[in-house]
Design a binder for this molecule. Structure first.
Ligand SMILES: NC(=O)c1ccc[n+]([C@@H]2O[C@H](COP(=O)([O-])OP(=O)(O)OC[C@H]3O[C@@H](n4cnc5c(N)ncnc54)[C@H](OP(=O)(O)O)[C@@H]3O)[C@@H](O)[C@H]2O)c1
Length: 337
């Protein structure tokens, strides 16, 4: 089989296409013919050596894939040959409060990634793909989909009629727009692009703010909510963005701290947290029970993930460099054409 290996940290040109033997499933393992892989911001910073600089190389990167089960080892009950499955990113986090191993062990670093024609997963890490989604669409769910779902539905306990502020129009953010709209919430989206904001409205956003042309977008969000602020924020900005998110928050509102696109350090005045009685929750993707619940909701509501662009398996390097352009939704690699 063919696989993409990272031979040295740095730019995507350090990814090499190599031949490897097709793995053989041992007891409790599932062999999957990968049909589609989706990329996350994490994959880019991992390849650059920023995210996991001590990972042993060569390494097959990327975490999210959907494929067809082609063989199972002894004792496998969760999957059968022919099933369409995705991998569960935090392979050991099944439900409830995670322990250190449950948050540490994830596909695509430190565990082997999915940019290969075949992958071997423990049966616990296999989740059936929603019926109506294509392989490409289902490949977007394990990180971006589940992160947005976990932030809003599991940790956020979002209720119909509440308001949600979503920052940006990348992978996690567009899932958040779709889930929040599906749950009957009022959705406000920020973006650096008016064109992307117009498209976000078609996905269910009610109000939009361009954070580039309106640098004090927090004030606009307050105005849009009659001075009350929003009940939930999907915070992907980090850095300077966080204090603006707090300004835009309602009293006893919930901030889901998801990303750090604008900086890893968060500087905030403790008084604003106290006065708002804010609930600040770090998000670490999510557990398998929530993944399966999300998939049921996707099937019931006919939700379709937003794919900005699909690349062929030979175009992995181009797909990585496209990540820098700021995709509207997800970037997918088709492994089987
Ligand atoms: N904690 C977790 O479990 C978890 C899971 C997944 C992702 N993440 C993190 O979440 C972040 C987003 O991931 P992703 O995969 O969705 O990324 P992505 O698809 O690459 O999204 C990038 C988009 O974010 C927006 N953006 C960039 N800088 C921003 C800023 N300073 N303020 C507001 N929006 C900004 C831009 O939207 P516009 O082009 O519309 O301006 C950009 O296109 C990353 O930091 C990633 O590491 C965390």
């Amino acid at each position: 089989m063919k696989a993409w290996e990272l031979v040295k940290f740095g730019p995507e040109k350090n990814l090499r296409l190599v031949e490897r033997p097709v793995p053989v499933p041992g007891p409790g393992e599932v062999l999957v013919r990968v049909h589609a892989v989706s990329l996350n911001y994490r994959d880019k910073v991992l390849v650059e050596g920023i995210y996991m600089p001590s990972l042993p190389l060569p390494f097959v990167p990327a975490s999210d894939a959907c494929g067809e089960v082609t063989a199972v080892g002894a004792g496998v009950a969760r999957a059968a040959v022919g099933d369409r499955v995705t991998g569960h990113y935090r392979v050991r986090w099944i439900d409830g409060k995670p322990g250190p191993a449950e948050v540490a062990l994830s596909l695509g670093g430190p565990l082997p990634g999915v940019l290969a024609e075949y992958v071997l997963w423990p049966q616990e890490a296999v989740v059936k793909a929603p019926n109506r989604l294509s392989y490409e669409e289902a490949a977007t769910l394990p990180i971006a989909g589940l992160t947005a779902w976990f932030a809003l539905m599991e940790d956020g306990r979002l209720k119909a009629g509440e308001s949600v502020l979503v920052e940006g129009t990348g992978g996690v953010s567009l899932f958040a727009v779709q889930f929040a709209a599906m749950a009957g919430a009022r959705v406000i989206v920020t973006s650096s692009s008016d064109e992307k904001l117009a498209k976000a409205k078609q996905l269910g956003a009610h109000d939009t703010v361009n954070y580039r042309t309106t640098p004090d977008w927090d004030k606009t969000v307050l105005q849009l909510t009659g001075g009350l602020g929003v009940d939930h924020v999907i915070e992907v900005g980090g850095g300077e963005t966080f204090s603006r998110s707090l300004n835009a928050l309602a009293i006893e509102g919930h901030v889901a701290v998801v990303g750090f696109l604008g900086g890893m350090e968060i500087n905030v005045d403790a008084r604003s947290l106290i006065r708002k009685r804010a609930r600040v929750q770090g998000i670490a993707v999510g557990h398998r029970r929530a993944f399966e619940e999300m998939n049921r909701a996707i099937e019931i509501h006919g939700l379709r993930p937003v794919i900005d662009r699909c690349f062929p398996f030979a175009g992995v390097r181009e797909a990585f460099s496209y990540l820098d352009k700021g995709a509207f939704g997800k970037i997918v690699i088709r492994v089987v054409e």
